[in-house]
Design a protein around this ligand. Structure first.
Ligand code: FAD
Ligand code: DLZ
Ligand code: SF4
Length: 508
């Protein structure tokens, strides 16, 4: 009896577990562009185009490898509109009763697969360095889950940047060397960009027609949509940008969305690149003396450390994780996140880049949009939906721990030991945003005071009970207490006034 083999839009790897388990002579691969996946969040048009185009290219590749592929396009009149619906339709057509699938990266879809009336065999997704089972074993009995310890274990396990049992260069982590602001450099390469082929042009027309109101610019569209092109993007990054990645990974510059970043997360997350091939390329460049240790280490840590760690946390914590709200933040996400006018230059710049490119780098996401939402007390569910929608690399297993956990502290401290809350000081040091702003980074109160300065103390004051005992935050509360009372009152009143005006819909 023939079986159905499900490939989702973020499972575009030739070595998927479900393909290894299937028989290309008699089984049918099912791929479907469906309404339920395209609308569970108001995805950026570039994200939908990337996924649909990469799916269509991958289906062609599978056919070339001898697979029978039943592919449903978004505008097919027979389209059932959901993944289980499409499986049922294809089961009727082929007579198959059994489905082989690889576990989806989102609880919502895992549950939908479990409820599917067909017999579904769900295989573990083994495209990661650390399996779900291994992460559970690592986490077992630990009072706190800290990325740094997990990362060291992954270094030992994979052997990346190791000299025997010791870290190459003598240190596990070179972050202290990696915090330089960037200067403008006309010679810095941009990430590699790709001209749409006929398949992509057809998808772009479809996305334009079907999703005209989604936030974000569809064109220019220059993402890679095949493995070959994603690999070209990776080697371009390793040769041209990685050597200076380390020192400048936290820097932000107006009009320069990418700096030394790789722009490979969309390719990794849909399956066009594997974490191992990315790390192998970095290791090889380091061994050849083309990349200094602080850049190689800074980058490999993101892949085998953070990326694997957040996935482990997402599955360990369970389906309620994305809905947590440990700080009980209830304020609505202000329209400035969807492009409405704001006087804050940093937010204006990061939101505009996000709208244009479906991309912002880590520090922009964490210390500008994330930091502001945290200190302004925005409902983390709304923040989560925004991040899940607007970035081309956003899939819940990786987005939710970064947003709900790292950035909003809504998980109560599972991902991070302290909240990423900061005043204007950090943004002013690491970027040039403040020079073009209506507010003044160095002004703490009064006309023109930067809202980050006001909201920072407002946040700390509101959550004193929770954070004052945190050993990494005691000194901050001590400096708050040293301020004279009138000044503290002024800060809190001005912060309240700002929040009221923002919630009223004023352009702040
Ligand atoms: P580089 O800076 O060049 O880093 C290299 C790679 O390391 C990335 O491609 C990515 O695969 C990995 N990486 C780095 N940091 C992380 C991290 N914290 N978690 C997981 N992987 C990491 N990343 C996503 O892939 N999808 C998301 O939906 C996502 N949402 C985020 C939301 C918030 C609030 C924050 C603070 C971070 C989020 N990140 C997310 C992590 C990080 O911002 C992106 O992975 C990174 O910006 C991708 O750009 P790049 O490929 O140029 O990365
Ligand atoms: C994100 C996405 C979108 C926009 N569209 C589809 C689709 O039409 N068909 C599909 O198979 N997958 C799509 N995806 C990716 C899924 O949402 C993703 O597999 C789950 O969120 C699990 O990570
Ligand atoms: Fe952002 Fe404040 Fe700097 Fe303006 S002054 S760019 S609001 S940090």
């Amino acid at each position: 009896m023939s079986r159905l083999v499900l490939i989702l839009g973020d499972q575009l790897s030739p070595d998927m577990a479900c393909l290894r388990d299937a028989d290309r002579a008699r089984d049918t691969v099912v791929m479907a562009e469906v309404r339920s996946e395209a609308t569970y969040a108001p995805h950026h048009p570039k994200k939908i185009a990337l996924i649909f185009s990469a799916m269509r290219h991958f289906a062609e590749e599978l056919r070339g490898d001898g697979w029978t592929v039943a592919y449903t396009r978004y505008d097919d009149p027979e389209n059932a509109g959901s993944i289980p619906g499409e499986l049922l339709r294809r089961a009727d057509e082929t007579g198959a009763t059994e489905v082989i699938a690889t576990e989806p990266g989102e609880w919502r879809l895992i549950e939908a697969m479990r409820d599917c009336p067909l017999e579904v065999k769900l295989l573990p997704d083994d495209r990661f360095v650390c399996s779900r089972k291994d992460f559970e074993a690592w986490a077992e009995g630990r009072k706190e889950l800290r990325m740094e310890w997990f990362y060291r274990e992954m270094r030992r396990r994979t052997g990346y940047l190791m000299k025997g049992d010791d870290p190459a260069g003598g240190k596990w982590n070179y972050d202290k060397l990696n915090r330089k602001p960037a200067a403008r450099d006309l010679l810095r390469s941009a990430p590699m960009s790709f001209t749409p082929d006929d398949i992509t042009e057809e998808v772009l027309a479809l996305v334009q027609r079907e999703f005209p109101d989604n936030f974000g610019s569809l064109r220019p569209f220059d993402f890679a949509v095949t493995r070959g092109d994603a690999r070209r993007a990776l080697s371009h990054f390793v040769r041209r940008l990685l050597p200076e990645f380390g020192p400048y990974q936290d820097a932000m510059l107006t009009g320069e969305p990418y700096l030394n970043h790789a722009l490979i997360s969309p390719y990794l997350n849909v399956g066009l690149l594997s974490p191992q091939e990315v790390c192998d390329a970095v290791q090889a460049a380091w061994e050849a003396g083309e990349v200094p240790i602080q850049s190689a280490e800074g980058f490999i840590r993101q892949i085998i450390g953070w990326r694997e760690f957040v996935r482990g946390v997402y599955f360990l914590e369970g389906p309620d994780y994305p809905h947590r709200n440990a700080l009980n933040h209830q304020r609505k996400l202000p329209p400035l996140y969807w492009g409405a006018e704001t006087r804050m230059a940093c937010l204006r710049e990061v939101v505009a880049q996000t709208r244009d490119n479906a991309y912002a780098h880590h520090i922009q996401r964490l210390m500008v949009t994330g930091n502001f939402a945290l200190i302004a007390g925005i409902d983390p569910a709304e923040v989560h939906e925004w991040y899940l929608s607007v970035y081309a690399d956003a899939f819940e297993w990786v987005e939710a721990p970064n947003t709900v956990g790292m950035s909003q502290f809504a998980d109560g401290g599972v991902v991070g030991s302290k909240p990423y809350a900061s005043s204007a000081n950090y943004i002013d040091r690491m970027s040039d945003y403040c020079t073009g702003c209506d507010y003044f980074a160095e002004k703490k109160t009064g006309k023109g005071a930067c809202p980050f300065n006001l909201l920072y103390w407002h946040f700390l004051n509101r959550h004193r009970d929770r954070f004052e005992k945190n050993h990494r935050m005691g000194a901050i509360y001590a400096s708050w207490d040293r301020m004279d009372e009138a000044r503290r009152e002024t800060i809190l009143e001005e912060a309240d006034d700002f929040l009221t005006r923002m919630s009223r819909g004023e352009a702040v």
